[in-house]
Each structure stands twice: as C-alpha cells, then as structure tokens.
Design a protein around this ligand. Structure first.
Ligand code: TYD
Ligand code: MG
Length: 440
C-alpha cells in the first residue's frame, strides 16, 4: 500500500480512507478507524450477515446520465471499468467527455497511448472541453506512472487503450498477454487501494471479442461495450458485466460534430424519420436491455431480373429472414420465390429478438403487395414454422412506450395478455396477419 493513501481502515467493516474519520462513512460506526500499521492480525473476522448494518454504496455521478444509468447509478469509487468497442466507434470521445465534465472527485488523469497531446487538444476543443482539472498524458511506457499517480492523486483515471500500454520490467510487446495481464492487475490494485475509479479502453477484434486475454474481463468490475454502426450516428452503451448493478441497462447516444449527445427518447429518432404510407415499412417495439425502443424495419422485394435471387439483410439475421420468407410463401401463399429481397433495420440498429419476426414478415409482405402498413400500427410476435404466432416477453413495457410515441394499434399474438390503452389486434397466424393488413 502506498504511503499516505488509505492509511486508515474501519475495524467494523474494513472501509479504507486516506484520513482518519470519527465516523465511518460506509457503516456509520463511531471511533472505529485505526491506522493500517496499527493493525495486527486480520482486519475482518467472519460475521453473520445480519450483524452488518448501515452499509451503503457510494456513487459518483459521472456527469453523463446515460453512462450513470449503465453503471447502475453512477461510478463506484475504486471500481475498474473496461470499455470495449470497434475502432472509431467513439470510446475515446465518450471518455474524454467524462474526463472533461467530471470535476467532483478531484483531478482526472487521461492517459492516451494512441494520440499526441496536440491531437487530444484538438479533440477537446471540438468537444468544448477545457479547464484545470483535466490532466492529459501521452504515454505508452508505464514505468514512470507510479510516481505520476502519487504526485497527482487523481480522482479518476482513464487509460486509452490497454493494448498500447506496457511496463518496461515485462519483456514483451504492448498488447501481449503478459503485458495486458500486468497492466490490468496494476490498475485493479491501484483502483482498490486508492478508491479511485479507473476506466480501461480495450479494442475489440474482428470476431467481436475484446482483444487480449479473457482474464481482463474476469479481473474488472464492469465490462461496457460501445456499439453502433459507424455509418450512422446512433450508439448504444451496454454492460455485459457489472458487479454493482444490473446488466440490463443500456445508454443511448448520438455521435454529432461536437461529440456524443445523450438521447433521452430514442424511439422518436426512428419514428420521426419514417416515411409516411410507404410499402415495406413496419414498426417493431424492440427491447434494448430494459429499455423499449420503437424501431423501423424496412423491406424491399422486387422481381429478380437475372440469375439467382439476391438476399441482403442489415440488422437482422439473414437465416431468420430466409425462414420468414419460406413461411410467407408456404403459409400465407405469397409467391416471393423469384424476388430479390432486401431487409434493413433503420438507424444501424441490430435486432436479435425473435419477437421481431412479425414486423419483418409484415414489411416483406407489404413491399411485395405494394400496400403500406398503416402508420399507427406496431407489430410484435415470434413466428413458428407452421405460421403460428407465439408470445413475447415484456409486452407491457413495449406497449407503454409505443403509446407514448403516439402509436395506437398493436398487432400481437392471439394468446398475448396485456393491459394497454392501445387497440389490440390479436392474430393467431400469418394468414390472419396478411388478411388483416392487406385484404381489400
Ligand atoms: P473515437 O472516439 O476516436 O473512437 P474510438 O476511440 O472508439 O476509436 O471516435 C472516432 C470517430 O468519431 C471518428 O470517426 C470521428 C467521430 N467524431 C465525431 O463525429 N464527432 C466528434 O466530436 C468526435 C470527437 C469524433
Ligand atoms: Mg480511441
């Protein structure tokens, strides 16, 4: 343990502090603090869970509401957070914004192994970030970092990226397994001993996993992924591991010229851009983590002019689309075999729920028949191979959001039970769907 840092510890709950405290800010006990050097024997004895009283979790607001939401209500001091994502998706932008805005916990140290100080300054200007509390460092050799950290005593540290950092005492390249392990455990120790939140940026390899050993994911307290399609502005921040909260929360952002903007009402983006009365467009109430978002599914079917029919999908699984095409042909009698089929989810969103089946199939049917789906309709349901409609989870939340967005009719599996102010159209099969939507 470094001298002067966390030199006192609460005998009751083990909470560490730099200063001696009369009352423990974690368990509320009075006169329980002793110097760590006075301690003999283990700090903690086994206790029954009921004996532990008054424990509360401290949270620091990161200044970005959508990030706090994903973290489970703000930053936990002493937590180590890994932020992964494709190159160019906006990891550095997000973290520089956090670094620039969060001033509540003392100076913030942003260490970049990828950009020069000049580049960081340009980015900061673009993001309108200035001020004395943000300290930046362009560095890849962590040999001198100990000293820097001791001198600065930062309230938050950002390491961008873990693959570019190395310790000179380890004889291997930056990004190698042994360097990543060493750098990871160094910051784990540092964050816990000093009660400072540390962000590690990690690049994602082509197959979508975080580069470097899995050990990193096990080591850290939270793993966040920043997702989106580079050609669109929409970004989703998702957690796949969180020791201090649920992994169902997502944060939604838009990448603009002046950086990332929080999107409080994601549904409106997609609904507003939707063409009116256009064949081939359907609205699906998607769940992103615990948040319902209205998403537009588009399909275009046109007769194949030569060779094999083309099939292209973006944002939905192409095998699922093939299955739905077969169901549409066999069960609803639409002869779409010799059609080129394109399916696209607007905004670069990816849909993985089977609940999207009904909207995808309806969009294809609508394009083929050249008949638009009414603007006030949402579709939600899984489709089976016999053309039957199956239930989906969390309909209540989806329909509440849809209603808020001004949509008034929900086409749902016949067996679905949900209380809603929307008009519910129960459908047992795809035949019924086609009949309801497209019959004269
Ligand atoms: P960046 O944060 O560098 O991505 P990562 O660290 O994940 O590799 O983001 C890079 C992209 O974001 C780049 O293509 C430019 C774009 N961008 C904006 O659109 N607006 C901005 O204000 C900034 C800083 C970047
Ligand atoms: Mg970067």
């Amino acid at each position: 343990m470094k001298k002067g840092k966390n030199s006192f510890v609460c005998k009751e709950c083990g909470y560490k502090s730099i200063k001696w405290l009369g009352q423990c800010s974690s368990c509320g006990e009075w006169n329980s603090f002793v110097s760590t050097s006075e301690l003999s024997g283990p700090v903690s004895q086994p206790k029954s869970i009921d004996e532990i009283t008054g424990a509360r979790e401290e949270r620091l607001p990161s200044s970005i509401g959508e990030l706090d939401r994903v973290l489970g209500g703000g930053l936990v001091p002493g937590s180590l957070i890994l932020v992964g994502g494709d190159p160019g998706i906006g990891k550095s932008t997000l973290l520089l914004q956090v670094a620039g805005r969060m001033t509540s916990n003392g100076p913030v140290l942003y260490v970049s192994g990828e950009e020069s100080l000049g580049q960081l300054k340009l980015r900061a200007q673009r993001l309108s970030i200035s001020g004395n509390t943000l300290k930046v460092l362009s560095l890849t050799d962590l040999g001198a970092l100990d000293q820097i950290l001791q001198d600065l005593e930062p309230g938050m540290v950002i390491i961008d990226s873990i693959q570019t950092m190395s310790f000179p005492h380890i004889d291997s390249m930056p990004g190698s397994v042994s360097q990543i392990r060493e750098v990871g455990s160094y910051f784990l120790r540092y964050s816990k001993e000093n009660d400072v939140p540390v962000f590690l940026v990690g690049h994602v390899t082509k197959d979508g996993s975080l580069a470097g050993p899995k050990i990193l994911e096990h080591l850290v307290d939270c793993v966040l992924y920043f997702e989106g399609d580079q050609h669109y502005s929409f970004r989703i921040l998702r957690s796949t591991k969180n020791r201090f909260g649920s992994v169902n929360e997502v944060g939604v952002f838009r990448m603009e010229n002046a950086g990332l903007l929080e999107v409080a009402n994601p549904s409106s983006i997609f609904i507003e851009e939707r063409p009116k009365q256009a064949p081939g467009s359907a609205i699906f109430p998607s769940m992103e983590g615990s948040r319902p978002i209205m998403v537009e599914v588009q399909a275009l079917l046109s007769p194949t002019t030569f060779g094999q029919p083309q099939r292209m999908t973006a944002g939905v699984d192409h095998r699922r689309v093939s299955m739905l095409m077969a169901v549409l042909e066999k069960r609803a009698g639409l002869e779409i075999g010799w059609q080129d089929v394109y399916v696209n989810v607007a905004g670069g969103i990816r849909l993985s729920e089977p609940a999207a089946d009904l909207a995808v199939l309806a969009a294809m049917g609508s394009s083929f028949l050249e008949k638009p789906i009414p603007d006030d309709v949402i579709l939600c349901g899984e489709i089976g191979l016999t053309g039957e409609l199956r239930g989906v989870p969390r309909l209540g939340e989806r329909l509440r959001e849809a209603e808020k967005m001004g949509l008034s009719r929900a086409l749902l599996p016949a067996k679905a039970r949900v209380e809603t102010g929307m008009e519910v159209v129960p459908l047992a099969s795809v035949q019924e769907l086609i009949q309801y939507l497209f019959a004269e």
